[in-house]
Design a protein. Structure first.
Ligand SMILES: C[S@@+](CC[C@H](N)C(=O)[O-])C[C@H]1O[C@@H](n2cnc3c(N)ncnc32)[C@H](O)[C@@H]1O
Length: 242
């Protein structure tokens, strides 16, 4: 299913208050958040990050990482209510802009890094390509794109949790998720103008088992899964603009 951008705005308007708690408040959510932040920090903080754009920031899961590391960032999202939640989480000092990822209101080659998390899986390949082209347009040559996708390789592991979640939370059968293959995604990004592409895995519902016993143990298991991309819930892909 592809809702289109207009439908997503009303969907997230209604979900805004519950979004952060439902995604990042539970045992697995907290673990995913820590693993995701560790992966993003490795990519963003290894060298001076310069000016960073975050696309579809939602309630600020990744924005908090940018903000707490003193990064010069702008974060944007389509949905005002999600931005309001994000701003509250950032102590009302968030540098937040309402924007549609299909037409970013920023000049060409203005950012050193563009990051977008847990967003592109909402869209089919055609919309993903259009949004990625926009993100790459605003990136300066030599700048880095960091984006993530739901992992096609582990779709069978994800199918049952996604089905239960959609039935219980939304009383619907079909999830919004589009799964990406790592190879095809890297090829698409190469065509759109990126070099030095690489991807690594993040999260995985199998981690729920060690998480029942110990959060630090589950975190160590999650770090170990990063290269085992066939088992992870998502993969993060990064590349450098030509
Ligand atoms: C699943 S949430 C992800 C939020 C956050 N990035 C995270 O990692 O938790 C998806 C977000 O995409 C936003 N969104 C949906 N369509 C959009 C569009 N066309 N342009 C910008 N943001 C959009 C929604 O408002 C929502 O905040």
């Amino acid at each position: 299913m592809n809702r289109g951008t207009g439908d997503y705005e009303s969907f997230y308007e209604a979900l805004a208050q519950r979004y952060h708690g439902s995604r990042y408040g539970g045992r697995y959510g907290r673990l995913f958040r820590a693993l995701h932040h560790a992966c993003l920090a490795d990519l963003l903080l290894r060298r001076a990050p310069g000016r960073v754009l975050e696309v579809a920031c939602g309630t600020g899961h990744t924005t908090e990482l940018l903000d707490s590391n003193g990064i010069d960032y702008v974060a944007c999202d389509l949905t005002q209510a999600m931005l309001a939640q994000s701003d509250a989480r950032l102590g009302n000092r968030g540098r937040l802009v309402r924007a549609n990822a299909l037409a970013l209101p920023f000049g060409t080659a203005t950012f050193d890094n563009v990051v977008s998390t847990r967003f592109l899986h909402l869209f089919d390949a055609e919309h993903q390509r259009a949004m990625l082209a926009e993100m790459i347009r605003v990136l300066r040559p030599g700048g880095r794109l960091i984006v993530d996708f739901d992992n096609f390789a582990s779709r069978w592991i994800l199918a049952l949790p996604h089905l239960l979640y959609n039935l219980l939370a939304y009383r619907r059968l079909a999830p919004d998720t589009h799964y990406n293959r790592i190879g095809a995604t890297e090829r698409m990004l190469a065509v759109l103008g990126l070099d030095d592409l690489r991807s690594e895995g993040v999260g995985g519902y199998l981690l729920v088992i060690p998480a029942m016993f110990s959060a630090p143990l589950a975190y160590r298991a999650g770090r170990a899964l990063r290269p085992l991309r066939c088992l992870t819930e998502q993969f993060v892909t990064t590349g450098i603009k030509r």
